[in-house]
Design a protein around this ligand. Sequence first.
Ligand SMILES: Nc1ncnc2c1ncn2[C@@H]1O[C@H](COP(=O)(O)OP(=O)(O)OP(=O)(O)O)[C@@H](O)[C@H]1O
Ligand SMILES: [Mg+2]
Length: 260
Amino acid sequence: MSLKLAVGGKGGVGKTTITSLIARSIAALNKETKVIAIDADPVANLAAALGIDESKPITPISELSDLIAERTGATPGTMGGFFTLNPKVDDIPDRFSIEKDGVKLLVMGTVQKGGSGCICPEATILKALMNHLVLARNEVVVMDMEAGIEHLGRATSGSVDALIVVVNPGKRSRVAADKIRKLGQDIGIKNIVVLGNRVKSEQDKQLIQDSMPDYEILGYIPEMDEIVTADRNGARPFDDITQMPVELKEITKKLIALAR
Ligand SMILES: Nc1ncnc2c1ncn2[C@@H]1O[C@H](COP(=O)(O)OP(=O)(O)OP(=O)(O)O)[C@@H](O)[C@H]1O
Ligand SMILES: [Mg+2]
């Protein structure tokens, strides 16, 4: 099963929560499917949401200096010089991910941007890895993006089955969603859908629907005590994912229907 999903949205709307729940629920509903969850946010925190033990710190791919040097032929932190622009990356997802309950987590890390668009070794590895994950792997990939969805390039975006824009009830969500949709459209993502998160009532749903009539709405996830409490305790919500809320199950089924 091949399914490539990117999750975007304004800061704090629930991207990480939703990414983890979708990744876990796809894995739970399709036991034979491999699911890779990608933390592409500079402030990585998808591990906790997936229930992955963080007592041993997880080194982001962008900080694996020896590996990057070996694969690109250039030392991270340097600019210019000669290095390969298509390094070998196909073994990285299996070697450097951490698995829990059928979901493998890959933490991408960040690249310090130098001057006018640096083509440094770290950026080259991340780009090659994203391309590989989205284009070459016959798996489910769910990406927790920062608002800028900047890890997605033109080469990969055509193969993204859906960009899920998470919004909360409220006027400001519309503005943020428009920005993300513009970014998504600019790089060529065809299917851009909205997921309303933290809805407390029918009125909240209506508010989202009315303010975004030109968007396809994937579904709504209610405001849930389970999520608030888990977050407070540093635990993952719905530890037994088979007890997932019906709304999540419906959304997951719709997403699985997009698989190729
Ligand atoms: N449906 C929900 N019900 C209750 N609380 C929620 C729900 N969704 C998210 N939250 C809470 O909202 C907060 C922000 O969620 P989360 O970290 O997933 O957002 P984010 O968009 O990834 O944030 P950031 O932009 O900082 O990465 C967390 O405390 C989370 O537990
Ligand atoms: Mg987040």
